[in-house]
Every structure is written in structure tokens, then in C-alpha cells.
Write a protein that binds this ligand. Structure first.
Ligand code: NAD
Length: 289
């Protein structure tokens, strides 16, 4: 490290709280070193009230950029000079790029999800997707799938506060990507879920169901919903293989876990900061096994 940090080293960071568990510092610092880039990356514990100060600091220190995690992803949008199409539609930012004082906000979660599908040989264009969930991860995926040419998206959520958020997402997609058919249903409606999945190419769990410490939980009660030609993906990455994925795999489906989305959303941000591809294979081997 003492050989790497000098008087010219540029700074990048992560803001939000908590940040202590984040894989971002090791992932980015390893990649900067590997590619010989004169940057360093640190995590800053920032509550939402401190967002204006953090944005000022990004400008004052002429940081190249910053990742943003909860609870700051929505708040930072107010301070951006420009937003990517997905960030504008969703109203959230996870990557800020600073071009000499001009801040552009991006959201790479959905891009990372779609890229991870592609890396697994699955294209989104022209496909019908059924996705359970309407929180941060699910909304990013829904908007990106629409922007990337999905033919149809069926969203299922329980009737909690996120259901209202999903209604807004449906409205936004209809307005911004009118060629994409998008519908919202109650996740309690098992019959409707069965019908929608039967005509879908891809089924995604975008809820937190199945996440540690509730590894025994899944939204799918009737496993006959899984069929061999259905691609089944999860956003949950702890555990790496959820009950949802295990059940789908048992039924012969191709399954894709949440860790790849996490890796690729970071790789997409890396590309926005540096213009270069992150050494994904090595990062995966070292930090995402
Ligand atoms: P969130 O709090 O924004 O959304 C939670 C979602 O889960 C909502 O749709 C909510 O309605 C649903 N939900 C909660 N309890 C439920 C229940 N009992 N039954 C059915 N649905 C229920 O959360 P988030 O930030 O979107 O995160 C969701 C999951 O995705 C977490 O496990 C998180 O770790 C993971 N995640 C993964 C990535 C990645 O890169 N792979 C990125 C972000 C989040």
C-alpha cells in the first residue's frame, strides 16, 4: 500500500450506513492495483442527514466518484447535475461520477443483474419476465429489463408498503418504455402466479425471502411451477443458494444466484469511473467465492 498511495492518488468511496461489511473497498482497491490505476477507495459511514456534506466533500476533494448504499440512494439524486435514464426513472443512485465538478448519478444494480444473466448465456431482449418483489433490488431489475427490451414483465408483491412503490414503477415503465407490457399482481394470488410463470422465460426472486437467517423460506409454495426451460434467478446472495434456487434446480431449471449481480453492479460502476473493465474473474475468485 505504501508504494501505491502517493501525492497524486485520486480518491473514490462508498457512502451510506452501515458500510463496514461492504466488499467494495477490497474489490476496487484490488482492481486499481491490478490495472496500475492511481486511485484508492474508502468506505465512509454517512447517515442520510449528512448527504449534502458528503456531496460537497466529493467536489472539494475532487473525488473521481462514489458508490452509494442505503439509506442514501434516494437522497443523493437531489444533488446530481445529471441522471442516467434508469436512475431518473427509479429515483435512486448507487454510483456518482465526478467529471471535474459535474456529478452524474447512475444506478448499476439492474445493469449488473442483466449483465450477469448475459454472462450465464441468458438474453433479456424479447423475453417475458416474472419478478417477485418491489423493493430496491427488484425495482432496479424491472426498470433495466424494460430498458433492455424485455417483451413483458409481471410483477408480484405482497400488499405491504412496497406494493404502492410497484404501482408507481408500473406507471413509470408504461410511460418511459410503452412497448413493454407490464402488470402488477398480489403475491398471495397463487393461481395468477402460476399462469404468469407458465408463459414466462425467466422467474426472479427480488424479495428478501430466503435471506439469512430465514434460509428455509421461499415464496414458491407449489414447486410444479418450475419447468426445465424456465431460467430462475435470485437477488439474495446470503446464502449463495437459496431454497428458491435449490427447489428450481431440483426441478431441472437453470439457476442463477445473487452473487453475480453484486459482482457485476460493481464492475459496471468501475467501468463508469475508469472506462476500463474490472478484472472480474480474479475479483470473483478472491472475494466472491
Ligand atoms: P427492500 O427492503 O428494498 O425490499 C424488500 C422486498 O421484499 C419488498 O418487495 C417486500 O415486499 C418483500 N418482502 C419482505 N418481506 C416479505 C415476505 N415475508 N414475503 C414476501 N415478500 C416480502 O430490500 P432490497 O434492498 O430490495 O433487498 C432485497 C434482497 O436483495 C436482500 O436479500 C438483499 O440482500 C438483496 N440484494 C441483492 C443485491 C445483489 O447485488 N445481488 C443488491 C441489492 C439487494
Amino acid at each position: 500500500m505504501e508504494k501505491r498511495i502517493s501525492g497524486t492518488t485520486g480518491l473514490l468511496g462508498l457512502i451510506g450506513t452501515p458500510v463496514g461489511h461492504s466488499k467494495s473497498p477490497v474489490m476496487y482497491n484490488y482492481s486499481f492495483q491490478k490495472l496500475g490505476l492511481d486511485y484508492a477507495y474508502l468506505a465512509f459511514d454517512i447517515p442520510v442527514e449528512k448527504v449534502p456534506d458528503a456531496i460537497e466533500a466529493i467536489k472539494t476533494f475532487n473525488m473521481r466518484g462514489s458508490n452509494v448504499t442505503m439509506p442514501c440512494k434516494g437522497e443523493v439524486t437531489k444533488y446530481m447535475d445529471e441522471l442516467s435514464p434508469a436512475a431518473r426513472i427509479i429515483g435512486a443512485v448507487n454510483t456518482i461520477v465526478n467529471d471535474n465538478g459535474k456529478l452524474t448519478g447512475h444506478i448499476t444494480d439492474g445493469i449488473g443483474f442483466v449483465r450477469n444473466l448475459k454472462e450465464n448465456g441468458v438474453e433479456i431482449k424479447g423475453k417475458k419476465v416474472t419478478i417477485m418483489g418491489a423493493g430496491g433490488a427488484a425495482t432496479a431489475i424491472q426498470v433495466q429489463c424494460a430498458l433492455d427490451g424485455a417483451k413483458e414483465i409481471s410483477i408480484f408483491n405482497v400488499k405491504d408498503d412496497f406494493y404502492v412503490k410497484a404501482e408507481k414503477t408500473v406507471e413509470n415503465i408504461k410511460k418511459e418504455v410503452p412497448e413493454c407490457i407490464v402488470n402488477l399482481y398480489d403475491l398471495e394470488d397463487d393461481q395468477r402466479l402460476k399462469v404468469e410463470v407458465a408463459s414466462s422465460d425467466i422467474l426472479i426472486n427480488g424479495t428478501l425471502v430466503g435471506m439469512h437467517p430465514h434460509e428455509d423460506k421461499t415464496n414458491i409454495k407449489d414447486t410444479t411451477i418450475f419447468r426445465k426451460d424456465l431460467v430462475v434467478a435470485d437477488v439474495v446472495y446470503n446464502p449463495k443458494k437459496t431454497k428458491f434456487l435449490t427447489d428450481a434446480e431440483t426441478a431441472g431449471c437453470e439457476t442463477i444466484g445473487g452473487l453475480g449481480m453484486l459482482l457485476w453492479q460493481g464492475a459496471e460502476a468501475f467501468k463508469l469511473y475508469t472506462g476500463l473493465e474490472m478484472p472480474v474473474e480474479e475479483v470473483k475468485e478472491l472475494y466472491f467465492k
